[in-house]
Design a protein around this ligand. Sequence first.
Ligand code: RRO
Length: 305
Amino acid sequence: MTDLSVEVCGLRLRNPTMLASGVLDETGKSMLAVAKAGAGAIVTKSIGRDPRVGHPNPTVVELDHGLLNAMGLPNPGIELYAEEINEAKKSGIPIIGSVFGGTEEEIADLAMLMERSGADAVELNLSCPHAKGYGAELGSTPERVESICRLTRGKTKVPILAKLTPNTSSIADLARAAERGGAHCIVAINTLKGMAIDPESRQPILGNKFGGLSGPAIKPVGVRCVYEIYEAVQIPIIGVGGIASGKDAIEYMMAGASAVQIGTAVWTEGTGIFGKVCKEMSKFMKENGYATPRELVGVAHPARR
Ligand code: RRO
């Protein structure tokens, strides 16, 4: 089997696949199961200061080529969640704690608490498209992205991953801002803002009306975003959005991602997806003369950095 290990912003991964935030990551036990299935790292559900029930049902709509969700940041709050991190850490793979907050200070403080809870890195959720006062509402301007990253950098020692929104005119500008603010890595992309209407009842289906689209439908958007970000910053990028095969992962890596995250395909296909993606990556690499995953990164660019 090809050696798939990679190093991304100081995190050593046995392979470039990570569990994306939001699927099977609310409990330590479910995260251990994902680790056992072969993921290289795990990103936790986005955690806030206080417990939160999330948006009213329905919170997920299954579509032909993806999922539309408006979970609404349900989580038990940082204090209780520390126990889950503790449990997940028994896996031995890096655990990346995702945090969200309503102000710049709150996000930075939560990142600090996440680090104290034992997370190996923090992912700043600057991009949830449908939670009033959170996520993309704070992460849509370069100025705020920069200052959130700078504040967080001042309060933490672990690597900072900035997860950005594609619902913007220039994700490259947001990435540059995160890099200026001291983020160690960019994660692209979060979900695309969308909605679904039931023609019979003439009603929006989601309890929150609007939600975030994920899955195969958004892969070309994610690949384009990673490609643009790669040309804009020097820090590494983690690609996410619609990855369900080795070739999907390789596409993101050729666009410039050093590693990838998988979310919706875990929902649709189960935890076996990590082993499947790695096996397919190995096969492609062997057949095409790539010795390490690193050799794939950015090769789709005319002038590779
Ligand atoms: O919880 C959610 O509704 C959610 C989050 Br935090 C996010 O970042 N992206 C998304 O599509 N849903």
